[in-house]
Design a protein around this ligand. Structure first.
Ligand SMILES: CC(=O)N[C@H]1[C@@H](OP(=O)(O)OP(=O)(O)OC[C@H]2O[C@@H](n3ccc(=O)[nH]c3=O)[C@H](O)[C@@H]2O)O[C@H](CO)[C@@H](O)[C@@H]1O
Ligand SMILES: C=C(OP(=O)(O)O)C(=O)O
Length: 425
C-alpha cells in the first residue's frame, strides 16, 4: 500500500504540465469498441489508469481483442465477430462506469446480462434512466440473481425524455440507438465534452449521431459499424485540478494544450477568486493571487460547475479569505473529504448538501485518507498549503483517475513523495 507525503506551507508551483486523455471519455469509448462486428478501432491519447485497465479486461472478456501500448498511449481493438451477453460481477463490481457496456451488448445481441453495478462512496447511483430508455426502445427488463437482464427481439428507435441529464444513461442509450431500427431522439441529454467525444467516435465508426453537446441528440440507426481512429479528448478534470493547484499556491502554471471551453464554469469561479488566466500559444497560463477570495459554488450538470471539481474547489475555499459556500446537487454523499480536511484544521459547517467554509491560513498537515477519487487529489492540494507534513493514504482512489499526479506536482516544485508503507518500515 502506497501513501503520499506532502510537505507544505511555502510551495509556489511553477512550470508547465501535460494533461492526459480523459478517463471519463475513454471508458465509454472502450465500451463502443463492442459495437462493430469487424474492423480495427485505434484509440490514441489513452490515459494509463487503473480504471482503463479494468475496462480493458471487461471489453476483452466480452470478445474484443485489445492491445494497449503504454509507450504510445494507444489501444488497438479488433472488433469481436461475436460478443458475449454477460458482463459478470467480478468486472462490474470493481468499476461503476462499466454499466456503459450494457447498451452495446444489447445492441449487438438483442440481449444483455449485466451485474447490478450498485452504489459507491459518493452516492447510491441508480440506473433507472438507462433501463427506462432501453424499455422505450423495445427491451424487456428483468432482474435475476444480481443481474439485470435486457431482451429485445428488435430494438426500435424511440423518443426518450430523460428526467435528469445523466452522463452514463446518455452514453448507454446513444450507443444502443446506433444499431436500432429507425431514429432515436434523446431529450434532456447530458452535454458533457465526453458525450461529444463518444459521438465523434461513433460517427467515425459509421453511426449517424447528431446534436451531441446539446440537450437533444438524434441518432439514426445503421445496419452495422466499422473500425476507426480517434484521439481521446483532454481530461478537463485533471486540467482543472492543476488550475486549482496553481490558484492555491500563488502558482504560475502553464496547462499545455488546455481546452478552456471545457472548463468555463471553473475558470469563471477561479477568476472571481482572483486567479488570472492568460491564453498562450501552447496552453493556458494560470496565475494564483497573493490570497484567494471566498466564492459561492453550486455543482450542476454540464455546462454548470462539475461535481468532479467540487472536492478540489473546497480545498481552494478552505484557504480563501472569507466565507465560501459549496452546494453539491449532483451526488448525495460527496462531502466525505471535508471530514478529512477537518483533521487539517478546516472550519466547515455542513447542512445536508451545503458546506459553509470559513477560509483560514492556519491549516496544519495531518494524516488523512482518500474517501474517493477527487477527494484524494483535493487532500493532496490542501497538503501543499498546510504547514508541516500531510500523509494521504488509500491511493487506489487516486490511481483510478490521475496519472503520475505526485510526479507532475513535484516537477512543478512541490515537496512530495510517494512511498510504500513497507519502505517506511
Ligand atoms: C465514468 C464517468 O463518466 N463518470 C462521471 C459520470 O458518472 P455517471 O454517468 O454515473 O453520472 P450521472 O450523470 O449518470 O449521474 C448523475 C446523477 O444522476 C443520478 N442518476 C443517474 C442515472 C440514473 O439512471 N438515475 C439517476 O438517478 C445519479 O445517481 C447521480 O445523482 O458523470 C458524473 C456527473 O457528471 C461524474 O461525476 C462522473 O465522474
Ligand atoms: C466520480 C467519478 O468517476 P466514476 O463515475 O467513474 O466513479 C469521477 O471521475 O470523479
Amino acid at each position: 500500500m502506497d501513501k503520499i507525503i506532502v510537505k507544505g506551507g511555502n510551495t509556489k508551483l511553477q512550470g508547465e504540465v501535460e494533461i492526459e486523455g480523459a478517463k471519463n471519455a475513454v471508458l465509454p469509448l472502450l465500451a463502443a469498441t463492442l459495437l462493430p462486428s469487424e474492423g480495427e478501432i485505434e484509440l490514441h491519447n489513452v490515459p494509463i489508469l487503473s480504471d482503463v485497465f479494468m475496462m480493458n479486461h471487461l471489453v476483452e472478456h466480452l470478445g474484443v481483442d485489445l492491445s494497449f501500448n503504454q509507450e504510445t498511449k494507444t489501444i488497438i481493438a479488433q472488433a469481436g465477430k461475436e460478443i458475449k451477453i454477460k458482463a459478470p460481477y467480478e468486472y462490474v463490481s470493481k468499476m461503476r462506469a462499466s454499466i456503459v457496456v450494457m447498451g452495446p451488448i444489447l445492441a449487438r445481441n438483442g440481449e444483455a446480462r449485466v451485474s447490478m453495478p450498485g452504489g459507491c462512496s459518493i452516492g447510491s447511483r441508480p440506473i433507472d434512466l438507462h433501463l427506462r430508455g432501453f424499455e422505450q426502445m423495445g427491451a424487456e427488463i428483468t432482474q435475476n440473481a444480481g443481474y439485470i437482464v435486457a431482451k429485445a427481439d428488435k430494438l426500435k428507435g424511440a423518443y426518450i425524455y430523460m428526467d435528469f441529464p445523466s452522463v452514463g444513461a446518455t452514453q448507454n442509450l446513444m450507443m444502443t440507438a446506433t444499431l436500432a431500427d429507425g431514429t432515436t431522439t434523446l431529450e434532456n441529454a447530458a452535454r458533457e465534452p465526453e458525450i461529444v467525444d463518444l459521438a465523434n467516435l461513433l460517427n467515425k465508426m459509421g453511426a449517424n449521431v447528431k446534436g451531441a453537446g446539446t440537450d437533444t441528440i438524434i441518432i439514426k440507426g445503421v445496419e452495422k459499424m466499422h473500425g476507426a481512429r480517434h484521439s481521446v479528448v483532454q481530461d478537463r478534470i485533471e486540467a482543472g485540478t492543476f488550475m486549482v493547484a496553481s490558484a492555491m499556491t500563488q502558482g504560475n502554471i502553464l496547462i499545455k494544450e488546455a481546452v478552456p471551453e471545457h472548463n468555463r464554469p471553473l475558470i469563471s469561479k477561479l477568476s472571481e477568486m482572483g486567479v488570472q488566466f492568460i491564453q498562450e500559444e501552447n496552453g493556458l497560463r494560470v496565475i494564483g493571487p497573493e490570497r484567494l477570495k471566498a466564492v459561492s459554488v453550486k455543482t450542476l450538470p454540464h455546462p454548470g460547475f462539475p461535481t468532479d471539481m467540487q472536492s478540489q474547489m473546497t480545498a481552494a475555499q478552505a484557504v480563501a479569505q472569507g466565507e465560501s459556500t459549496m452546494i453539491e446537487t449532483v451526488f448525495e454523499n460527496r462531502f466525505q473529504h471535508l471530514e478529512e480536511m477537518r483533521r487539517m484544521g478546516l472550519n466547515v459547517e455542513i447542512t445536508r448538501n451545503t458546506a459553509l467554509i470559513q477560509g483560514t491560513k492556519q491549516l496544519q498537515g495531518a494524516a488523512v485518507k482518500s474517501t474517493d477519487l477527487r477527494a484524494s487529489a483535493a487532500l493532496i492540494l490542501l497538503g501543499l498549503v498546510a504547514q508541516g507534513q500531510t500523509t494521504v493514504r488509500k491511493l487506489s482512489h487516486l490511481d483510478r483517475g490521475y496519472y503520475k499526479f505526485h510526479e507532475k506536482l513535484k516537477s512543478l516544485g512541490a515537496d512530495i513523495e510517494r512511498i510504500s508503507e513497507e519502505e517506511e518500515d
